[in-house]
Design a protein around this ligand. Structure first.
Ligand code: ADP
Ligand code: MG
Ligand code: ZN
Length: 476
């Protein structure tokens, strides 16, 4: 036995499509703050005699994602019933797709440590979300009883299935994050919603080229969870193999609190689901509309364009484009001030301050932010004071330039600077003496004094210059 292990990962990523109503009925999908079981009807409760009607918008969104992932969009697509019993599934089957999924054979390019990797997309099919279970008194393993809420039942889902092309937990993170960015750009997905993206992670280890058994870790709710679950699973499987043991093919559950995966059940096979055609829904012919489904500029393209058009670095372009709202904001700012300066101010200062406050870019007006940056560009405001004004603006929800005026933060004029410098010299004879005695450090103290007197509005370089002029004059 050798240690020649290769990690093999394939992801099944379930995304809630952000439509106003559910996949097969007209119940609202906007239920997050509602009482349980208030957004339901005979269709999404699976009552006898009720009939599903396909949500046209959800199909359009599915095509949009398919095109963005370079999939073949099938001319004719149909639904199947996937039969299983679970309390969150009132019909005892989930309407899903089987042998004629809407999207097939796509590709996702992800960048890992600056290198591009191509991940095959096997399929991206439509289905419905089940209801949600609340395990009372602890986790799924420890709870005493479980409540069910059918508000989520029937929410449109797109399940995106990758080929087993992913080679590490970090690459899996890149796949999920890249996909999330694309979905946001496509405007088909609401990231603020809890559970809007859930991942089943399949992982196996091949040893000396021989494929190992795979486990499937179900229902991971966050990117961080995907990475942690996969790291745990890779280590667990490797340890078993190293000890000469075997990995059991099974379905596992990820316990987010403990950061471990635990056995849930033996892995079910396709035949267990008794798939059969959903006869209540006609075949959908996408040829009638798929050419009209528009895919906007995607993050990778926008990144390249930013580097080209605005002359920003790879790294800055990445920061600016990873969220569509930030990229839109930046372009608005760059329309009125120097693009490179704007890039630094958005990518570094603004994002840092927003991040710190857990705030969103839509809380800032682009034109107001541009006005602040243009004061810096025109040399009327120091960087430090601009940051102070920005912080106060974010904290108080006001335009930053208003704060600049109110606190008199504009750069001190020549006269004010000279006056403050002379005062600092008069008031600090010891520091002056030290400087004249050859202690160059003493000048920093004096610069600090001038900055204090001008309320930080003097330009440090100018102060330095004026100080030297004044002091060198005294020397002679
Ligand atoms: P199933 O229908 O049993 O869930 P699929 O063949 O449809 O299996 O694959 C489901 C997921 O498992 C896909 O994301 C695929 O990439 C992944 N997968 C397939 N083979 C492996 C493997 N050997 N190791 C890890 N993941 C795999
Ligand atoms: Mg599967
Ligand atoms: Zn309904």
């Amino acid at each position: 036995m050798t240690d020649d292990f290769e990690v093999v990962i394939g992801l099944e990523i379930h995304v809630q499509l952000d439509t106003a109503t559910k996949m097969f009925c007209s119940c609202s999908t906007d239920y997050e703050d509602s009482e349980p079981n208030t957004h339901t009807c005979p269709v999404c409760l699976g009552l006898p005699g009720s009939l599903p009607v396909v949500n046209e918008r959800a199909v359009e969104y599915a095509v949009r994602v398919g095109k963005a992932l370079d999939c073949d969009v099938r001319d004719e697509t149909r639904f199947h019933r996937k039969n299983y019993y679970y309390p969150d599934l009132p019909k005892n089957f989930q309407i899903s797709q089987y042998d004629a999924p809407i999207n097939e054979d796509g590709e996702l390019v992800v960048s890992v440590e600056g290198e591009d990797h191509e991940i095959g997309i096997r399929r991206a099919h439509m289905e419905e979300d089940p209801g949600s279970l609340m395990h009372k008194g602890g986790s799924i393993e420890r709870s005493n009883y479980t409540l069910v809420d059918y508000n989520r039942s029937g929410t449109p889902l797109l399940e995106i299935v990758t080929e087993p092309d992913v080679r590490s937990p970090d690459e899996a993170r890149a796949v999920v994050e890249t996909l999330r960015e694309i979905l946001e750009y496509l405007d088909v997905y609401d990231a603020s919603r809890s559970g809007a993206l859930r991942v089943d992670a399949n992982v196996s280890i091949s040893q000396d080229g021989e494929e190992g058994n795979r486990t499937e870790v179900k229902n991971i709710g966050s990117t961080k969870g995907v990475v942690r679950a996969l790291r745990y699973e890779v280590t667990r499987q490797k340890n078993r193999l190293k000890r000469g043991g075997d990995v059991t093919q099974e379905t596992r559950h990820y316990d987010d609190d403990r950061g471990v995966t635990v056995t849930l059940r033996e892995k079910e096979e396709e035949k267990d689901y008794r798939y059969f055609e959903e006869a209540d829904i006609p075949v959908i012919r996408t040829t009638e509309f798929k050419d009209d489904v528009h895919v906007p500029e995607l993050p990778r393209e926008r990144r390249a364009r930013f580097e080209d058009e605005y002359g920003v670095s790879d790294e800055v372009a990445e920061k600016l484009t990873s969220r569509k709202a930030v990229a839109d904001f930046y372009e608005e700012v760059a329309a009125s001030v120097d693009a490179e300066l704007a890039a630094t101010w958005v990518a570094d200062e603004l994002l840092r301050e927003l991040n710190y406050r857990d705030a969103d870019v839509d809380e800032v007006e682009a034109d107001e932010f541009a006005a602040l940056v243009s004061l810096v560009a025109d040399d009327e405001l120091t960087d430090a004071n601009a940051v102070d004004a920005l912080r106060a603006a974010l904290d108080e929800g006001r335009p930053p330039v208003g704060i600049v005026e109110e606190r008199d933060l504009r750069k001190a004029g020549e006269d004010e600077t000279v006056e403050a410098t002379r005062a600092a010299i008069d008031e600090n004879p010891d520091a002056v003496e030290d400087y004249l005695g050859g202690d160059n450090e003493a000048i920093n103290f004096l610069v600090g004094q001038v900055m204090q007197k001008t309320g930080g509005s003097a330009d440090p370089a100018t102060v330095n210059e004026v100080l030297r002029e004044e002091l060198d004059g005294q020397e002679s």
